[in-house]
Structure formats: structure tokens, C-alpha cells
Write a protein that binds this ligand. Structure first.
Ligand code: FES
Ligand SMILES: [Fe+2]
Length: 436
């Protein structure tokens, strides 16, 4: 039997085949990254309810993939028909659990087997001889996850947040496309941009933020799969200080105050109850690996205490990424579930995803990612996350990744850490102490 593969092995290696020697000589960690994403991982693809009786096409990590309803749930095949390259997403589901190519009617099951060639009749000699490429899928809490690797699938619990597997978290979803590479999208987390870029977001007007610190969060690598922050980054200041107002700070070098005005304090008193409610809650109950910070293969998680927010950046092409947002909540009654659903539909999704996140991609859309950087202490999380990616599944072995020398940008970031009186991150120790 012939299996049709969508890509060659060189393409499956996220480092695009960069060898250890190339890596050692690299002056810029970003050049060793995976522009089309890390392949040997599970990714969210589509909500189960969106796949009905027609095939649906989606691009993930540069591959065109077709989803349809197989006998045991949503299945995924490479979109390219093994016969003569017909586009399966333009086909039909004539028979339960199958999809037929729109060209010569080759009809496939969820495993990619050809069950029939409709115009050739039941005596066709093709069935049993060729297979379409199948991608393993699993559906949890209404989200279809897909294994994008060529190796045997890893345990899905390593790549998908624990809220999908517990009995009490409810998941709410939103999707947005950004005109930026997945990695650029992900680096938009746990740095100093939050109080600046989002200063006029509705969320910030309700939960005012102070300045970021010049220090940067402490980082910790867990199980070789995540880098978490010890204290909430600036965006979560409201949790630490429920009565917080916008404080204006004098900057002698520009002889002015930032923020320039105090008018945002005119209404914050009215939302004190909301800030107190969040502040009185304990941190989101989750294993340390899944706390606030970055997690393989492409998530940024923020602990709002009332909910856990996850932005999963899924590579589409080298210059486009799809952000799949999970808002995890834990209501304890049917009224609570109903409230969360309505609140998210009418307001929460717009407030967090549209209003707040649009400000992110307005900033990062035109950003350059190929010029020399000068990193601050507050970029140290990015330094660790980039290093973690080097030793992801399908990338380099940990011992090889550890040989990649510190780059100038990293050294600058560590120097800033020392200058603000913070013990600098020791990258090797962080990574070595936590093997996957
Ligand atoms: S190209 Fe698909 S059936 Fe011919
Ligand atoms: Fe942001």
C-alpha cells in the first residue's frame, strides 16, 4: 500500500535542517527557530460543531488539511488527493463517515483508505492499494486537536492544557488571524508592552495598570515544556492591588509625566468590586507546568484568577498565524454556566479578544524580526522561551541545544538584569534542570 506524504523529512524538522555546527555558529537564536512551526506536536484545529456534512479546509503549519466527519468523530486528511492531486476540501460526503474527491470520486474513510472509486464501479482495482495521508485527531470539550508530526503521537496531555481533561472546567473559544509569524505572535506575552500597548483597552480602563517594572519576571522552565513566570507580569497588576489607580510617573529626561493624563481614574472607582473579586481569589488551580507563561508548542497563558486565558498561536504560513483563544472558567451551577456563555458571547469575547488583542497585532504586524535586537531585562522571558524552542520535539537534542553559545542580544538582556539588581537568569541551569 502506498502512503502519500505531504512533506519531506527536511521540512518536518523545525530548524529547517540546521545542524549542530550551524547552531553553534549562530549569532541570532531567532534564525534557528521554526518558521512554519514545531511539527511533532498536537494543535487545536477547529471546533467540532463547525464540521457538518461538508468537508472543511484549513491550513496548519503550511499544510493544507481537510476535516470531515468520520465514523468516530472529526477526521483529518491531507487535502491533496493521492490520485491526481484533487482538492478534497472541495469534495462531498456522500456516505456516512466518508469523503469523496470532487474529481474522479475516490471515496476515503477516516483513516485515508480508498473504499470506492465511484465512476469505476464496485469492481475498481484501486481500493486497498493506496491511502490518503491521515492526521490523527482527538476531540476534547468541543475542540478538535490534530497531531502534525511524522512520528507516533505524543500523549496529548503534554501539549494541551489540563482544563480540557478535568471534569469541572468549561471552555469558551475565539479565533483570530494575525498577519504575523507564529513566533512573533507568541513573543507578545510576559514582556513590558502590556501597560503601554493596552493603555486604552476597555479592560485596562476598568482594571488600570501601573507601569511595568524595569526588572522583568523571574523565569522557571518546567518539564522541558513550559517557561512560567514567578510573579504576574504587568498586565495582572490589578490582582496584586485591587484598589489601584493609574499613577503618573515623572520622567526627568522628557520633563513630563506618563501617563500624560489622570482622567482614566474618573471611573475606576465604579469597578472596585470587580478588582476585589479577582484579588480575593487564589491563583488558578493548575499544575505548575501550566501556570502563567509560555507552553509548547505555541501557547501563552495568563492567570486572571476568575478564569485562565490561553492564546494558542497556530502557524498557518510563515507570515500568518491563527490565534485560538481558550477562556477556561469553572462555574459551579447551571446558572453560572449559562452566565459565562452569555457574558462571553455578548461582551467577554469582544473585550478580551477583539478590543484588547487587536492592539497587539497593530503593534506587531509591521514589526521586523530579522534586524539586530537590543534586549532589556523585561525581555528575559523571551530569551528563555526561544531557548526552549530549540530543544522542542523534532528540533535539536537538549545536549546540542545547550551548546549554542549565548548571543549578544541575550548577554545584553542579562546585563540589564544585573543593572536593575536582579540575579540574572542562568540559561543553561534553567534548561538543564528541566529535561523533557
Ligand atoms: S484527483 Fe481525486 S479522484 Fe482523481
Ligand atoms: Fe498584548
Amino acid at each position: 500500500m502506498v502512503d502519500v506524504q505531504p512533506r519531506n523529512m527536511a521540512q518536518t524538522n523545525g530548524s529547517n535542517g540546521a545542524g549542530v555546527e550551524d547552531a553553534k555558529a549562530a549569532k541570532d537564536i531567532r534564525k534557528l527557530a521554526a518558521p512554519l512551526g514545531l511539527h511533532e506536536y498536537w494543535y487545536p484545529a477547529i471546533e467540532d460543531k463547525k464540521v457538518k456534512n461538508k468537508p472543511v479546509g484549513l491550513k496548519l503549519l503550511g499544510d493544507d488539511i481537510m476535516f470531515f466527519r468520520g465514523k468516530d468523530g472529526v477526521a483529518a486528511l491531507w487535502n491533496v488527493c493521492p490520485h491526481r492531486g484533487g482538492s478534497l476540501m472541495h469534495g462531498d460526503c456522500h456516505f456516512e463517515g466518508t469523503v469523496s474527491c470532487p474529481y474522479h470520486g475516490w471515496t476515503f474513510d477516516a483513516d485515508g483508505n480508498v473504499l470506492a472509486v465511484l465512476p469505476e464501479g464496485p469492481q475498481s482495482k484501486i481500493p486497498g492499494k493506496v491511502k490518503a495521508r491521515k492526521y490523527p485527531t482527538q476531540t476534547h470539550k468541543g475542540m478538535v486537536f490534530i497531531w502534525m508530526g511524522n512520528e507516533e503521537p505524543a500523549p496529548i496531555e503534554e501539549d494541551v492544557p489540563p482544563e480540557f481533561f478535568d471534569g469541572h472546567s468549561m471552555m469558551l473559544y475565539a479565533v483570530e488571524y494575525w498577519p504575523s509569524n507564529w513566533q512573533i505572535a507568541l513573543e507578545n506575552g510576559a514582556d513590558a508592552h502590556v501597560p503601554y500597548v493596552h493603555r486604552n483597552a476597555i479592560r485596562t480602563l476598568i482594571y488600570p495598570m501601573g507601569l511595568s517594572w524595569p526588572v522583568g519576571a523571574r523565569n522557571k522552565v518546567i518539564n522541558g515544556r513550559s517557561v512560567i513566570t514567578y510573579r504576574p507580569p504587568a498586565g495582572a497588576n490589578r490582582v496584586a492591588n485591587p484598589t489601584q489607580k493609574v499613577t503618573r510617573t515623572y520622567f526627568p529626561a522628557v520633563d513630563g509625566y506618563w501617563p500624560k493624563h489622570a482622567y482614566r481614574n474618573l471611573w475606576t472607582w465604579a469597578f472596585g468590586w470587580a478588582r476585589r473579586r479577582a484579588a480575593n481569589k487564589p491563583p488558578w488551580d493548575t499544575p505548575e507546568e501550566w501556570r502563567q507563561g509560555h507552553h509548547m508548542p505555541g501557547m501563552y497563558r495568563g492567570d486572571h484568577r476568575t478564569d485562565m486565558y490561553t492564546r494558542n498561536s497556530v502557524p498557518v504560513t510563515e507570515n500568518v498565524s491563527r490565534q485560538i483563544y481558550y477562556k477556561a472558567v469553572r462555574p459551579n451551577s447551571w446558572i453560572g454556566r449559562w452566565y459565562e456563555r452569555i457574558h462571553f458571547k455578548l461582551y467577554g469575547r469582544w473585550m478580551q479578544v477583539t478590543n484588547f488583542s487587536k492592539q497587539d497585532f497593530t503593534a506587531i504586524g509591521p514589526q521586523r524580526y530579522d534586524t539586530q535586537e537590543y534586549l532589556s531585562s523585561t525581555d528575559s522571558h523571551q530569551v528563555v522561551w526561544r531557548r526552549l524552542i530549540l530543544q522542542a520535539r523534532g528540533m535539536m537534542k537538549q545536549e546540542d541545544a545547550l551548546q549554542v553559545p549565548e548571543t549578544e542580544a541575550e548577554i545584553i538582556s542579562f546585563r540589564q538584569q544585573e543593572e536593575v539588581g536582579r540575579e540574572p537568569d542562568r540559561i543553561q541551569e534553567l534548561l538543564e534542570s528541566s529535561s523533557s
